[in-house]
Design a protein around this ligand. Structure first.
Ligand code: THG
Length: 369
């Protein structure tokens, strides 16, 4: 496949880390929230192996924050998500599907509760700020909505704990999964969460003070030699094996959270008020008619740029493959697919045409590993 360069502009925003990652060998970009998001530093497979063994620093500034503050902020945040936040705590992150009145997924952000009346919604790739403003205006809510200057730098991989301890001390290791706190680097406090878009462990540093953040970025590389630190980015192979869903790829506004396996983050039994609640109740009582599942496919090369039809043995279309990659772990292609009932059951055999070749495969659980 021929590759094309990205035409940069003001609209396709650079990040404070862009000049650094370009010196460090970024080889591909994608876009995320109208911002550059690195997609490769050379071979995806080599980065995958490195991420699973060592530590990487990622420019994920494209994970923008929508800040909601003010008297009605908790009401507005709750109105947007089907996850019950009534018992949420300051200093915690919450993975929260945002849905519309039809229960279609608008986004799947991480929500940070900064105080009782100040929240950050750390968004995936869709314009949540417009949705939030519309709801606030329509409901006459007393809130302020903005996109603050926050540029996340992620530190991911099993050696992230050692590297971060070397900078911030022993206490950074006490941070629990999806907790956050403030840690000092040379006199500047940084919000750091134990989170990130890989299942290899790590942290996300929500950089508000750019100057200090860039100094920290450089420092991590200066002292990271013993941990084999490298620049990296969300890795397609690792995230598919781990079953981390990607908004716009694996799901969109035409899918509901129950179809996407977000049952854990859907609370219909409590009395909180959110958009699409009645619709979701009906979907739940009727039962979903399709579901996101994993597929293992008997081939060893794929590069998806659009969804592919999935068929059964009789050539009936039973769903679509939405993301896929070659998995070194399975030595086959694996992918995430929306499959119709009743074909979503484990080990169901499927067929799919990839690079003009019919390939066999089967349905399996998410996550793969
Ligand atoms: N970090 C931050 N913001 C983000 C992402 C991130 N915004 C966009 C995108 N990623 C949102 N999507 C996800 C998807 C999965 C997870 C986080 C963000 C995730 N899930 C865990 C899991 O599936 O095991 C845990 C969820 C839970 O149980 O609470 O981490 O990566 N800042």
């Amino acid at each position: 496949m021929k590759n094309f360069s990205v035409a940069k502009s003001r609209r396709l925003r650079s990040t404070p880390y862009t000049s650094r990652i370009e010196k460090q060998g970024v080889t591909a970009y994608t876009t995320y929230n109208h911002m550059l998001l690195p997609a490769a530093f050379g071979s995806l497979e080599e980065s995958y192996h490195h991420l699973k063994k060592n530590v990487q620093i990622w420019d994920v500034a494209g994970e923008r924050q929508v800040e909601i503050s003010g008297q009605d902020s908790a009401k507005l945040v709750q109105l947007m998500t089907c996850r019950d936040l009534s018992k949420s705590k300051i200093g915690r992150c919450y993975y929260c599907p945002i849905i519309d009145d039809n229960a279609g997924i608008i986004n799947d952000p991480v929500v940070l509760k900064l105080s009782e009346d100040r929240w950050w919604i750390s968004i995936a790739d869709s314009d949540v700020i417009l949705f939030a403003k519309g709801l606030a205006i329509g409901n006459n809510f007393d809130v302020e909505i903005s996109e603050p200057n926050v540029d996340i730098m992620a530190v991911q991989g099993p050696k992230s704990f050692g590297l971060m301890e070397k900078v911030f001390g022993e206490k950074i290791k006490q941070l629990k999964f999806f907790g956050f706190d403030f840690y000092d680097f040379k006199g500047t406090k940084h919000l750091i969460a134990r989170s990130g878009w890989s299942k290899q462990g790590g942290y996300e540093i929500y950089v508000e003070n750019t100057e200090s953040g860039l100094e920290l970025y450089d420092h991590l590389f200066e002292i990271g030699g013993e941990f084999d630190v490298k620049p990296g980015c969300p890795n397609l192979i690792e995230r598919i094996e781990s079953g981390l869903l990607s908004y716009g790829n694996d799901m969109d506004m035409f899918d509901n959270p129950l179809e996407c396996g977000f049952d854990k983050y859907v609370n219909l039994e409590t009395d909180v008020n959110f958009l699409g609640k009645e619709k979701l109740k009906k979907i739940k009582s009727d039962g979903i008619k399709r579901k996101l599942v994993g597929l293992i496919i008997d081939t060893n090369e794929i590069s998806l740029t659009k969804s592919l039809k999935v068929k059964d043995d009789k050539d009936n279309i039973i769903g679509e493959l939405r993301s896929a990659c070659f998995s070194p772990h399975f030595n086959k292609v694996i992918g995430i697919a929306m499959i119709n009932k009743p074909f979503w059951s484990l080990s169901q055999s499927i067929k799919i045409e990839i690079n003009s070749k019919m390939c066999d495969g089967k349905v399996c659980d998410l996550p793969f590993i």
